[in-house]
Every structure is written in structure tokens, then in C-alpha cells.
Write a protein that binds this ligand. Structure first.
Ligand code: FNR
Length: 391
């Protein structure tokens, strides 16, 4: 009866939706809400997924598909597929193994991982345990702190810096406000009640010391960020970020520099003139400006505006290998995931994240075979002919 089923502890997880359900079973509600939630009415959260779901293939006929190669190169390095793990904050709140487990899974699957400014493990610790991650930067009001984050990323050997440009203020995360979420989590009567409901989560947290206030603060990327609500933390970010600051950071960072946010074609072309190497198109998974355009819809016009040489990455709503194939066919160099790997981490630690990456790789390879393209390069080159007109 079980013939044909994959082996391993996570064999019952066939799709990202399965992984999401497993995460919901593993996590207290306030933590799954922190991951799943978006800003305001969560219209972008749903619309990001829908924008992918509305795309349709027109497969190429009679293309031999007996050997599919998903490998690609990005920012001068080779990867097993055009998929990366987007930066997410406070990962040790989700699983005690936190960022190191995510980084180890990414390294095992040869996929890039971007470490957040508000990670709960320092870039030095991640680098020693696994490999140097890419770095995401929230530009701080405190310029000395910003410069120190950049210097530490450089010293750690981080090959790519992505500056988030969508976080002038915190998005209105209604679920977190209702839940009274503070970081690090506080022991309240409700939390204690929650221990009875999700004992495995809380035991893991206690064993990993992830909810110990001093521990999390001492190990955050910046080393000196305040705790509190998401809005409290975001108030340390520079709301006055402008072209001049990007140009200043460009001069400090000799390696690949990207801007992460919902950039349109005109802005993307303009920031290229500031010397950035490309864009990571994102609406923060619908967590910042609600009803910001779905980033997948920006890929083709941005690629056209900034030419073939600039790096174009996209995230927000990627939930399958088919979504990744569409991102490449529209002109992206790679697609990134946020929530899917956090769900995987909650459900199964490092192994869970490896499982999600394996699911996506198998789905991508299957899609490539069925649309009639055998390499990422040909998927990108022939992409426009492979996408049917939208209804
Ligand atoms: C994020 N994201 C994010 N982005 C960033 O630049 N710095 C950060 O610290 C965080 N933190 C964060 C936490 C959590 C829990 C989530 C879900 C997301 C946004 C992230 O990088 C990415 O843009 C989205 O997650 C992509 O959308 P999906 O895949 O989650 O739909």
C-alpha cells in the first residue's frame, strides 16, 4: 500500500499546503498568526497567491524532456535551482534551532538564504555553523549601527546585501496586535495556558532558551535592537531612507547590492543609476503596504526596463515549483520563499526545510518537463512563448 511513497519522517508532506497544515498543528496560535498574518485586511496576502494562480501555460510541443536541469547561477555562484529563502525575522521564536537550521537546510539543498537584520542568531554564528548567508539590511536611524551591520556582513563573507525599502513604518499587522505579540514572547497567563495546548512547542523553546529575553536580545543580528511589538522594533528603522543613503551604502558595499521592495519599472531603472545591481521584487508577503501590487506582476515590466544583466528576484506568494517556473518564464532570475520555509521549520526543523526545498525542486523539474523546456536558461529565453494570455 505504501509503495511509491517517499521515505523519511516528512513523507506525508507532499505539497506546501500540507506543510502549512503541519505547522498550524505544531505552533501556538500567536506564532502561526505572526507567520501567516499580513497588513490590514490581508488583501495582498491573498492577491499574491491569486496572481500566480491566474497564470496559464502554453506548453511547447514535442520537445525532448528526458533530461531536466534545474541548476542556475546567481550573483556569481552556482545553485541547484533558482529558489532562495527570503529574510525573515525572529526565527528562533518559531523553532529553537532557528536560523542555523534554515541555513544548514539551504546549504544542503544549494539554495541561497538571506539573513534578516532582525534575525535571532548573529551572522557570525550562522557563518561558523554553516556558510555565509546573504544579508538583508534594515537601514537604521542610528547610522553607526547601520554601518556596523554592513561591516559585519562584509567581514562574515556575505556575498549579497539586500536593502529593504518597504519598511518606513511597520505594516498594520492586526493579528499580532490582537494577540498582544511582543518579541521576545512574554510569559502571560495566556501563554501558560498555551503550554497545555502545545506542550512540544513550549518544551522546545524552553530547552533551546529561545524565549529567554536576555538570550534572544544578546543574539540578534544587530546585538542592540529593542524588544517589544513589531511597531516598536520598526521605529528604530530609518523612515527617511532616500537615494542619497542608497548611494552612500553603495560606496560601503563592494559586492552585489539589491533593493528589496515593490519597485515598478521606472523606479527599478532609476535605482540602477544609483549603482545597485538589481532588485528583489517583494511586497513583504503582504505584511507592509496592503494592496501593494503583486510582485509577480512586476517581473516582466521591470525586466524590460532594466535589461538582461541586472539581477531580478521575486517573492510574495510563491507556493509551488510551478510558481517558480512562471517567475523565471516572466524574466526573473530566481524566486524566493518566506512563509513556506518557516512552516517547514515549525513542522520539522532543518529536515522540514530540506523537505520543502525538495518538494519545490521536484515540482519545478516536473513543470519544466511538461511545458517542454530542459534548462533554466531555456525556460527564461522561451518564457514569453510558454505563457498563455491571461483570461
Ligand atoms: C518576513 N519578511 C521579512 N523581510 C525582510 O526584508 N526582513 C525581515 O526581517 C522579514 N521578516 C519576515 C518575517 C516573517 C514571519 C515573514 C512571513 C516575512 C518578508 C520576506 O522576506 C518575504 O518578502 C515574504 O515572506 C515573501 O512572501 P511569502 O513567501 O511569505 O508569501
Amino acid at each position: 500500500l505504501t509503495r511509491g511513497r517517499p521515505a523519511g519522517r516528512h513523507a506525508h508532506l507532499y505539497t506546501i499546503a500540507d506543510v502549512h497544515r503541519a505547522a498550524c498543528r505544531a505552533l501556538p496560535r500567536s506564532i502561526s498568526d505572526y507567520i501567516d498574518g499580513g497588513a490590514d485586511d490581508e488583501i495582498s496576502v491573498a492577491a499574491n497567491k491569486r496572481a500566480f494562480q491566474e497564470l496559464r501555460w502554453l506548453p511547447a510541443a514535442l520537445v525532448p524532456a528526458d533530461s531536466i536541469d534545474t541548476s542556475t547561477s546567481l550573483a556569481g555562484e552556482d545553485w541547484s535551482m533558482p529558489v532562495g529563502l527570503a529574510p525573515t525575522g525572529y526565527t528562533r521564536m518559531i523553532h529553537p534551532a532557528g536560523e542555523i537550521a534554515v541555513s544548514a537546510a539551504a546549504a544542503a539543498a544549494a539554495a541561497p538564504y538571506v539573513l534578516s537584520t532582525v534575525a535571532t542568531t548573529t551572522i557570525e554564528d550562522v557563518t561558523v555553523a554553516t556558510r555565509a548567508p546573504w544579508s538583508q539590511l534594515y537601514v537604521m536611524r542610528d547610522r553607526a549601527l547601520t554601518d556596523d551591520l554592513i561591516r559585519r556582513a562584509l567581514d562574515a563573507g556575505s556575498p549579497v546585501l539586500e536593502i529593504a525599502i518597504d519598511t518606513a513604518v511597520a505594516g498594520n499587522r492586526v493579528r499580532d496586535r490582537r494577540n498582544g505579540l511582543v518579541i521576545p514572547p512574554r510569559m502571560t497567563p495566556r501563554t501558560i495556558l498555551g503550554i497545555a495546548v502545545k506542550p512540544r512547542y513550549w518544551m522546545g523553546m524552553l530547552a533551546g532558551e529561545s524565549i529567554d529575553f536576555a538570550q534572544v536580545k544578546a543574539s540578534d543580528t544587530a546585538g542592540s535592537l529593542p524588544g517589544g511589538s513589531i511597531a516598536d522594533i520598526t521605529s528604530g528603522f530609518d523612515a527617511a531612507l532616500d537615494d542619497a543613503e542608497i548611494a552612500r551604502i553603495r560606496a560601503l558595499w563592494p559586492r552585489t547590492l539589491l533593493l528589496k521592495g515593490p519597485l515598478g519599472p521606472q523606479d527599478a531603472a532609476r535605482v540602477r543609476d544609483l549603482g545597485v545591481d538589481g532588485v528583489h521584487l517583494s511586497n513583504h508577503g503582504g505584511r507592509q503596504l496592503d494592496r501593494a501590487v503583486a510582485p509577480i506582476d512586476l517581473v516582466a515590466p521591470v525586466r524590460e526596463a532594466i535589461g538582461p544583466d541586472a539581477l531580478v528576484l521575486v517573492d510574495s506568494g510563491v507556493r509551488s515549483g510551478g510558481d517558480i517556473a512562471f517567475a523565471i518564464a516572466l524574466g526573473a532570475d530566481a524566486a524566493f520563499i518566506g512563509r513556506p520555509y518557516l512552516w517547514a521549520l515549525a513542522a520539522g526543523g532543518q529536515e522540514g526545510v530540506e523537505r520543502v526545498l525538495a518538494i519545490l525542486k521536484a515540482e519545478l523539474a516536473r513543470t519544466m518537463a511538461l511545458v517542454g523546456t530542459t534548462s533554466i536558461r531555456s525556460l527564461k529565453e522561451r518564457g514569453p512563448q510558454l505563457i498563455a494570455q491571461r483570461r
